[in-house]
Design a protein around this ligand. Structure first.
Ligand code: BJW
Length: 243
């Protein structure tokens, strides 16, 4: 596939590129997205019914079963061509910021050095009440703190919870400073992440989306590439390095 020449010109001329990724970038690694149909055991649940403090209080064993299933799936997944292309892009551009909504750590495994984890990391454990990180045996149905016995939860950001301030501030600063913003593999339905593109655009950046299904916001962007990330991102990087 070919990336539009005017998009490549904008990227080549950019001083600071900010990329936002969502679950779609890991789809080609076999990690299910949230709003495409859930697979296997979890078809009967919507993410909103599992990814919230209310869901955890209602049925912590169920929520832990979901996270344990996903941890295992992610541990066995391999990085794909899209993750690798972004790791390469980081090295080609002087000022580059990668913000991911994903909790799977696949960007880091692909070699991206600076990743802002907007929604946390699935392999971290935290106290349910205070949120501090904790080491514990997480094979129990509902893991507990070895010292105080309090319940432990996965270190991710659920609906109704605030984004970790350092991640939020770094992402807001990058979106308002960049001159090219690229949104990859996200439905752009979940805020505040979905507002970053608008913030960038309002600050003068050109915005592009890569997604095989056009999103509701695509018509507001300068460029929309309806291709899988594993096809479009390697093509984009190849165009950048070719004369
Ligand atoms: C491909 C592909 C391929 C497929 N290549 N692409 C403003 C307006 C309205 C509501 C709100 C608002 N501000 C806040 C809210 C509330 C809420 C929210 O946004 N709700 C909406 C659903 C309406 N937001 C929050 O609660 C956030 N907190 C917050 O705002 O705090 C302030 C506050 C606190 C208290 C009170 C009030 C305000 C927190 C949001 C946390 C989201 N957490 C989750 C779970 C993380 C943990 C876990 O992994 O279990 O994050 S939900 C889930 O959605 C996950 C994702 O990161 C996030 C986004 O999903 P994503 O990545 O876009 O995936 P999908 O599945 O939606 O889309 C995949 C896309 O890939 C599709 O488009 C495919 O086409 C595409 N695709 N194959 C490229 N090969």
């Amino acid at each position: 596939m070919e990336i539009p020449a005017d998009m490549i010109d904008r990227i080549r001329g950019a001083r600071h590129i900010c990329v936002l990724t969502g679950a779609g970038i890991s789809a080609e690694s076999g990690v299910p997205t949230f709003r495409d149909a859930q697979t296997g055991l979890w078809t009967q649940y919507r993410p909103e019914e599992l990814a919230s403090a209310d869901a955890f209080l209602r049925d912590p064993e169920l929520v832990w079963r979901w996270y344990r299933w996903r941890r295992e799936l992610i541990s066995k997944a391999n990085v794909n061509a899209a993750h690798l292309a972004l790791a390469r892009l980081e090295k080609l551009v002087a000022d580059f910021t990668l913000v991911t909504q994903n909790v799977d750590g696949l960007h880091q495994r692909a070699g991206s050095d600076h990743v802002i984890e907007f929604h946390g990391n699935i392999f971290v454990n935290r106290f349910f009440k205070e949120g501090a990180e904790v080491e514990c045996d997480d094979s129990e149905p509902v893991p507990t703190c070895p010292d105080c016995g309090g319940p432990v939860r996965p270190g991710v950001v659920w609906f109704g919870e605030t984004i970790p301030p350092s991640a939020l501030n770094a992402a807001l600063a990058a979106a308002s400073d960049c001159d090219f913003f690229l949104s990859v593999g996200t439905s752009s339905l979940v805020y505040p992440a979905a507002g970053l593109a608008e913030l960038a655009q309002g600050s003068g950046a050109a915005v592009a989306e890569i997604n095989p299904q056009s999103t509701d916001l695509a018509h507001t962007y300068e460029f929309a590439i309806q291709e899988p990330a594993g096809v479009a991102l390697p093509a984009l990087v190849a165009s950048m390095v070719s004369e």
